[in-house]
Design a protein around this ligand. Sequence first.
Ligand code: ADP
Ligand code: GN1
Ligand code: MG
Length: 370
Amino acid sequence: MAQAIPAAETHLPQALEAFDFGGPVSEAVRYGEGHINDTFCVTNQAGTRYILQRISADAFKRPDELMENILGVTEYLGREVRRAGGDRSREALEVLRTRSGEPFFSDSAGGAWRVYPYVEGTVCCQTAETPELFAAAGRAFGRFQRLLQGYPAETLHETIPRFHDTEDRLSRLKAALEADPLGRAQGCRAEIDFALAREADCSVALQALRDGVLPLRVTHNDTKLNNVLLDAKTGRGLCIIDLDTVMPGLSINDFGDSIRFGANHSAEDERDLGKVNLDLDLFEVYAGAFLEGAEGSLTDAEIRFLPWGAKLMTLECGMRFLTDHLEGDHYFHIHREGQNLDRCRTQFKLVADMEAAWDQMERIVGRYRK
Ligand code: ADP
Ligand code: GN1
Ligand code: MG
C-alpha cells in the first residue's frame, strides 16, 4: 500500500503562496526534531531562511488565540531586549504576517501555518554536550522567566487547558488504561504500576499553588534544550523558541522540564536504560545558571520546590508518553513502533534516579535559598 502523504506536505504549496518570503522560494524542507508541529525550513533564492510551521491541531485547538499570545509575548520580549541593549532580531522571535496581514494562514483543511525568520548564526542542541552549554540554556530560560515577570498574565489564553496539571494527566492515563483501545496495556504493566504508585506525588506542586505557597507566573512550559537557540560563536543562550505553551504556570516546571530533558546523557527515546542516568553535576550546573538568569526573581519557596519541579515534569511527561502509547500515538510524533513507550521508560528511569538522589538535589538547591 502506498504511504499516505502527510497533511502538512499536501498543503505546503498553499502555505508557501500565502506568505511573502522576500522573493521566490528555492527550497522548503522538513526541519528540526520537535514532537508536535510540522516544521519546514524555507530558503529563498537569495539564501534567506525562514521557519514555516503547521501548528498541531491535535495539541492546539485555537490557533487564533495561540497566535495572539505569541504576538503579545514576542512584542513584549522585543521591547525588553531592546531596552537591555540587545539585538531584537536575534534575541526574540518575530512573527512574519501573511500577504494579507494575518498572523497565520489557514489551509483548505483548516490547518494553521505561521512563519518566523530563521535566527541565523545559532545552534540548537538535542543533548547537553558540555556543562557550559547546559548552563547557557539555564541562564536563557531563567532570564526569559524574569523578562516576562511584568507581562499581563490575564491577557494570555490557555493554549492547552490543564497542560501541567499533573493530577489531570494521571486521570487521563487511567482513562486510557480503562479504554485500552489497542490492547496495549498488557505490554506496559510495569510502567502503569510505576505511575499509579505515585498518585500522591502528582498533587504536591498543585497543592502548594492552591495553598498560596507557590505563585502563578508567566512561564514557558516546554523548556527543553532544543527550545533555545545558542549563539554559534559565543555559546550564549540567545533566543527562546517554541512559544506555543507560554501561559500562566509554575517556575519550578520551567526548571524541571529542562532537567528532565537535559540533565542526562541519553536521548529521550533511548532503549538501553543502562545509559539513562540523572547527572547530578548537570542538575547543579543548571540550577545555578537558571537562578542566575532569574536574577533573584524567584521566592524562597520556589527555590525549595525546584527538585519537585524536576521530578514532577519527568513523571508527568512519562505519563503523557504512556497515555499516547495506549491511545495510539496521536499526540507525539513517532518515527517507529513503540517509540512513545520507550520515551515513557526513560522518563520513569530518571524519576527513579531522582528519588534515589533526592537529598542531594535538596542540598544543591538549598545553597541558593534566601
Ligand atoms: P515543536 O513545537 O514541534 O518542537 P519548534 O517551534 O520547537 O517546534 O521548532 C522545531 C525546531 O525548529 C526547533 O527545535 C529548532 O531546531 C528549529 N527552529 C524553530 N524556530 C526557529 C527559528 N526561528 N530559527 C531557527 N531555528 C528554529
Ligand atoms: C513536546 O514541542 P516540543 O517537541 O518542544 C511537548 C512537551 C513535551 C515534549 C517531550 C506542546 O515538546 O510538552 O515535554 O514534547 N509539547 C507540547 O519531548 O505538548
Ligand atoms: Mg520544540
